[in-house]
Design a protein. Structure first.
Lengths: 344, 344
DNA sequence: TGTTAGCACTCAACACCCTTGAGTGCTAAC
DNA sequence: GTTAGCACTCAAGGGTGTTGAGTGCTAACA
């Protein structure tokens, strides 16, 4: 369905206005804007048409009008003017990233907090997911005369403290045996049979206490197969700033939803859009999000790993600014993480 | 100042009532409770006395009375009846802990979420702080033909990916050199001179690229000296359940405060009470906490490490239940972590 | 002397009503 | 096709009166 140029302008004006005020927009408010020289009566007629077409909604007679989900969708697809993130902000961002370059998870968390401070909405961010996980090395380090740390290196590094009175030599022997049989193992290779076979071979080779060996192996196999991704939320409390969540009950439900990582994981995983994209209101599956929009972007590290950043806010969010901010941030993350994983 | 037995009972009744209802408590409500057989007029006289003594406050004439900070303090010190955590809850808790025994930080996070679900208040929890950090081992693991992971084992394990095209052999040589000069190093030993000395020695011994060596050493030294403790908050949104935070602005400020880890760290670090203890209302330094109480308990691992759990809620919190819950949880953490670090 | 009953007074909360103003739809004039 | 005018609607805001919980004080009672 095609809209006349005038209708497009009016729809855009209504949505821009509503994004700013969160109040139903009346015809007079639009006619007073300087870019359209039309009387309020004319605007009224056009707005009535837009309502018939499904782009606007009148909450009750004699109130102004607010955008429908379809209205927002049309706005995001066709009307929205691209916002430009200021150069100062970008430089600020680059500096901030560079200062935090020590730990990957910190960069990710920090990116989330930047996204939320640029947009002033809550942000959900996932740490880079591993692609296939391959075992590089197992190491055993005596910590005291009672304890030993097991270190497993795949794409990431995990460790576990167990109770064993092992000498340096014993650690070396066991580590050597473990590496001999396990190096190069991927999550696909881990089966019950494989676990039993490795266990038997090492047992006959090292003559170590059976239970200790079982515990070490359990941890190693768990580490290879486990791939839960970390997920962070920042700036949750921004929700309270928006009149949509003036009602404390509603806000509370939203908080509970966002505090539950399973919900977030499902939310972000089920997202299969590409590039920057928005899910507006009822386009979200969760009932609780029907008044919200979720704008999501992927970032990638080039090497088969990547994650997502989502900004979540009221449907009446500043899409233009959110799109621009996420675009910039994901670009900078790409840069910094490529640098980090290649030269860091 | 000594209170008559009757005054104590009345004060206790007022506070118990107020904790439940959050409404100013009138004399009639107290006289109707079955444990005291006194008319409302008598109660009125006693309550007027308690107000003169500073234990109660009347928000305005002809309203009921609410406890003052001193009233709560007296209640916590002398009146409160000890709540008993149900055996089923304890067993539930033990089971839950046992299922999560794989990772220390997960246990800690989980303990926080249990504390908040038992008490229904927000919980702040710090991961075990390290005592003195001593370097046990450094390891280098090639990840691809461009990247190598550096693994540093102290009491904990940290890793870092850097860009180096090193073979297994080269990794071994460098690792051996690093271990030779660095093993046993504690945070006290790290000085600029020491760093330079180690760097020079390894340089002449291995003839490795200077920049690469510098990067590895920087990471190793950082890991030894760095001791920022992780800190988690759970169940923040419970704040919205309490009428004290019906006002969205107030709730928003509280959220911002609790989302800032620096605030939390300062809050928990500045706490120097022993055992389970409460900071009530104005006993807290932060202005924003003057309407809150903070109940804190330490847990320890026996081996010089430990952390804290704090429950934060309205002054009108169920102190009895919070004290009992924290007591139970810290006891269970002690047990499970001792088990974990000794036998895990 | 301590306790109780009764009474007048205070004050926040609530319902109710009226007014106001923003906004609409419709119609007639331009 | 656009504008001006008019009657209508409805939410929000500002009094006003009522209600009910609670108090302090006083007098009577055990």
């Amino acid at each position: 369905m095609d809209l006349s140029d005038r209708k497009r302008k009016i729809l855009q004006a209504v949505i821009d206005e509503y994004i700013g005020t969160a109040e139903p927009v009346g015809s007079r408010a639009i006619s007073k804007r300087d870019n359209l020289n039309l009387s309020s009566a004319t605007i009224r007629n056009e707005m009535a048409d837009l309502e018939d077409m499904g782009y606007l909604i009148q909450p009750h007679t004699s109130a102004g009008r607010i955008p429908s989900d379809e209205g927002y969708r049309f706005y995001v697809n066709s009307l929205m003017e691209r916002y430009q993130v200021g150069m100062e902000a970008i430089i600020e961002l680059q500096k901030a990233f560079q200062m935090r370059i020590t730990r990957l998870d910190q960069i990710i968390k920090y990116a989330g907090s930047i996204a939320s401070s640029l947009t002033d909405y809550a942000t959900i961010i996932t740490a880079p997911q591993r692609g296939e996980s391959m075992l590089r090395k197992v190491d055993l380090v005596p910590i005291s005369n009672e304890k030993t740390t097991v270190v497993v290196v795949t794409e990431t590094v995990r460790s576990h403290v167990i109770n064993m009175a092992l000498s340096d030599d014993e650690c070396n022997i066991l580590a050597t045996a473990l590496n001999k049989y396990l190096k190069g193992l991927t999550s696909k290779d881990v089966t019950i049979d494989k676990m039993r076979e490795v266990s038997d071979r090492i047992k006959e080779r090292t003559k170590l206490d059976e239970e200790v060996l079982a515990r070490v192996l359990k941890f190693v196999f768990e580490t290879i197969t486990d791939d839960d991704t970390e997920i962070y939320v920042s700036n949750m409390q921004s929700i309270l700033k928006y009149p949509e969540y003036r009602d404390v009950n509603k806000a509370g439900k939203m908080f509970s939803f966002l505090e539950n990582k399973d919900n977030l994981r499902r939310l972000i995983m089920s997202d299969n859009g590409e590039g920057i994209h928005a899910k507006i209101g009822s386009e979200n599956e969760d009932e609780i999000l029907k008044d919200c929009s979720l704008v999501t972007v992927d970032y990638s590290l080039g090497d088969n790993r990547g994650g997502k950043i989502s900004v979540i806010g009221p449907k009446r969010m500043n899409y233009s600014k959110v799109f621009a901010s996420l675009d910039t941030i994901s670009g900078e993350i790409d840069k910094i993480l490529r640098y980090y994983t290649n030269n860091g």
